[in-house]
Design a protein around this ligand. Sequence first.
Ligand code: NAD
Length: 298
Amino acid sequence: MNYKNITVAGSGVLGFQIAFQTAFHGFQVTVYDINDAALERAKAKFDGLSKEFTKDLNATPEQLKQTFDNLTYSSDLAEAVKNADLLIESVPENPTIKIGFYEKLAKVAPAKTVFVTNSSTMLPSEFADATGRPSQFLALHFANSIWKHNTAEIMGHPGTDPKVFEDIVAFSKAIGMLALPLKKEQPGYIINSMLVPFFYSATDLLLSEVADAHTIDKTWMKATGAPAGPFGMVDVVGITTLYNVIKMNAEKTKDPIRIKTVAFLKENFIDTNKLGVATGEGFYQYPNPAYKEEAFLK
Ligand code: NAD
């Protein structure tokens, strides 16, 4: 792997973290977004992120200055990608937007550029044709707060060149990630293939009135030694995400317990803006949720 110039497309929740993490590890990073206003919003967020890097990674002022020096910005796609060895796509999780983006990108990117998608729910084979270079395309999936939760799930589609796959494994390590290669395409990768059924089990227990949310969390925490239970975790992920996932499942399966869960989440959390940590309340109240207190497991 001899990548030097990286372009990150989309500077939203995940994209700006990926750009900063990559620049922090010494790569030249161009941040691309649809307009200058979006880029200005990203720039404003980098200051806050650099504080997190100081707190969590002991980043020095020199390292942070170098990180900012490694970042450039452009809202012109051809310009943003003209020297790119690798383009990391982190545009909205919407197939129409993603395909439109790849079709535009395919026309302007140099032949050498490898493309990776950070899509959480779509498979690389869904976009491989639109990229115009299926052998140089795969998924590189990050988790939110990537500097702390530094997993990189790497997932090719059947047409991905194995050498390109290995380059992405090496690149992910070079930016401080724990590289997690998948041997085949899997909707939800490894993490969501485990997490989603876990959340279904927890909400099914709750909505079947087997136990309340805090008892379910206590059981999980005490029995496994985990620092949070499913409902504490849902508050961190965001109740809206859980709601959307269960709603899709309920529409597909017509499972009565999932239908009941959708109505419950809507009435008690979505409509009341209790969306988890982000809004100060969800299954727990923040900033000091009960499950973090010693008495919770006594
Ligand atoms: P977001 O909506 O916060 O950010 C998307 C960014 O893309 C915005 O800055 C927007 O201006 C920009 N954009 C919109 N249209 C564009 C276009 N045509 N070309 C370029 N940029 C465009 O979204 P996000 O949460 O950062 O998610 C981005 C991707 O990352 C998705 O595929 C998502 O599945 C994945 N992801 C998200 C998370 C998460 O926790 N949010 C975690 C892992 C992976």
